[in-house]
Design a binder for this molecule. Structure first.
Ligand code: BG6
Length: 489
């Protein structure tokens, strides 16, 4: 039996027929139900603007569930129980009168969770309409990214929501915070005294954060072209990872203690001067190439593309944090579409020992690294130097891992999807995996000046072949500092 008990909640899922809902949200709710983590009385209202019968839309949700949940995890008993919780309601999000039926169906349920899987431009209207049928007081509002496309627009969205929901009932999603290994970062850093003494500029030379995707745009050209990789990935996921690595230990695990520390990091990020922009930031756009041995089109040749677009599909940059702990320690961030493999990892490179006593030709090998692999093969490995075995090896050194591979170590447990964890935490009223308003705003502020710098410089993104690790200049970005991206082949 689960160790966690959850209260009964009613879910109102706005945008229930959209990609996110069918790929992630329904499967996550199903898995929670399957794990015994939905209260017996929990009901789920799928809300969407599409016309058509309830039966037809529920059949679509059911077929998507069968597509996105592994067959072995779709036991009849669990599927039927889940289906019994679901109903579909046609709601035009902008029409107050359409919310009356929702209010009737919700009745006097104590807790409503309103999940906004819609464009952020309608968040304000949804809140207002929920308020018009008295559905805000007992409600937690869950907001999907992107919240705006710059500081000004994100403030407009947040302010519109804040008229109806106090911050302690707003849950802003960054799904990276729900990933098991990201959670483990907090445990690793703050449940082991071993690392904290080393976690600063005295011992760490640099940090790499790579979030590489093998896929291209996957039919989302319209959305993606407005955003680009900086807004889509760096402003949120990569900066959140950077914060978790760089923040000071919080005084406790409460949401605000953690978020206060993350905000301090965001505030300390050095802005980009024109000189830094020219040498420490690289924008790229993929051209045709190969993915898993098959030819794939370039960004400008994708379905529905505009051949003039200069939107970036790749960004590499060096971020500097201006505080005592991190002064002089670069954080190299890199993310792109159509890279050779899907890989999200953080590599902490420790400094060389202060006095070197081994053969000079082995010197370059010497460095401890902590590798935190978020996906695939979630795990943590600490590269340590040992002596090669054998009489003939002399004092030959080798680097070997002290390894914790989650799927091997915890063999029986499946690794839950990030959305399962996040939905569970919303039900439990725990905000520490969600992003506070000021975090989003400081992140936008930093990205906005970067985008403004790009605009001013007017440079087109550098081409890179699909299936490669990005433009050559992204390699120069790090080699110029005498380093290289870990593990690139
Ligand atoms: C989303 C981005 O937030 O994250 C997508 O909008 C991206 O463009 C996705 O593909 C990556 O998430 P994950 O969990 O697959 O690494």
């Amino acid at each position: 039996m689960p160790l966690i008990t959850v209260e009964s909640c009613t879910f109102a899922l706005f945008g229930a027929l959209g990609d996110l809902a069918v790929r992630k949200l329904f499967p996550a709710l199903y898995q929670l139900d399957r794990a015994g983590l939905l209260h017996a009385d929990t009901r789920i209202f799928a809300l969407a603007r599409e016309s058509g019968s309830e039966q037809q839309h529920l059949a679509y949700i059911d077929s998507s569930l069968r597509r996105f949940v592994p067959e072995a995890e779709l036991e009849d008993e669990h599927v039927q129980r889940f289906q019994a919780r679901l109903s579909y309601l046609h709601v035009d999000f902008l029409k107050a009168e359409d919310y009356v039926a929702l209010a009737d169906r919700v009745g006097d349920a104590e807790r409503l969770i309103a999940y906004f899987a819609t464009p952020a431009s309608v968040y304000g209207a949804i809140c207002e309409n929920l308020a018009s049928v008295n559905l805000t007081e007992r409600t937690r509002a869950v907001l999907e990214k992107p919240i705006g496309h710059d500081l000004a627009s994100s403030r407009r969205v947040n302010d519109a929501v804040a008229q109806f929901f106090p911050e302690n009932r707003v849950y802003r999603i960054d799904h990276y915070l729900g990933k098991e290994t990201v959670q483990n970062l907090i445990a690793l850093r703050f449940a082991n005294s071993l690392f904290e003494t080393q976690w600063n500029q005295n011992h760490i030379s640099h940090v790499e954060i790579t979030v590489a995707e093998q896929v291209g745009i996957e039919g989302r050209w319209g959305y993606f072209d407005q955003a680009g990789q900086l807004r889509d990935m760096i402003q949120n996921h990569l900066l959140q990872l950077l914060c978790l690595i760089a923040m000071d230990p919080p005084s406790d695990l409460s949401a605000d203690s953690i978020r206060d520390e993350k905000v301090k990091v965001l505030k300390a990020l050095a802005p980009f001067t024109p000189e830094r922009l020219a040498t420490q930031v690289v924008r790229g756009q993929y051209i045709a190439g190969y993915s898993e041995g098959k030819p794939v089109p370039g960004y400008l040749e994708e379905e529905n593309s505009n051949t003039q677009s200069d939107t970036e599909t790749f960004v590499a940059l060096r971020a500097d944090i201006r505080n005592w702990r991190w002064s002089g320690v670069p954080f190299y961030l890199r993310t792109g579409k159509r890279m050779p493999q899907k890989l999200s990892q953080i590599v902490i490179h420790f400094k060389e020992p202060p006095h070197y006593i081994f053969a000079p030709e082995q010197r370059l090998q010497i460095s401890n690294r902590l590798i935190i692999r978020l996906q695939p093969d979630e795990g943590i490995s600490l590269q340590v130097m040992t002596k090669d075995q054998g009489l003939d090896k002399g004092m030959q050194l080798r680097s070997g891992p002290l390894q914790l591979n989650f799927s091997d170590t915890y063999q029986s447990a499946r690794i839950p999807d990030a959305y399962e964890r996040l939905l569970l935490e919303v039900m439990r009223g725990n905000q520490n995996l969600f992003v506070r308003k000021d975090e989003i705003e400081y992140a936008w502020q930093w990205c906005d000046q970067l985008i403004a710098g790009w605009k001013k410089a007017g440079d087109a993104p550098k081409p890179y072949a699909a299936g490669s690790w990005g433009p050559m200049s992204s390699i120069a970005l790090i080699t110029r500092d005498g380093r290289s991206w870990y593990g690139d082949i």
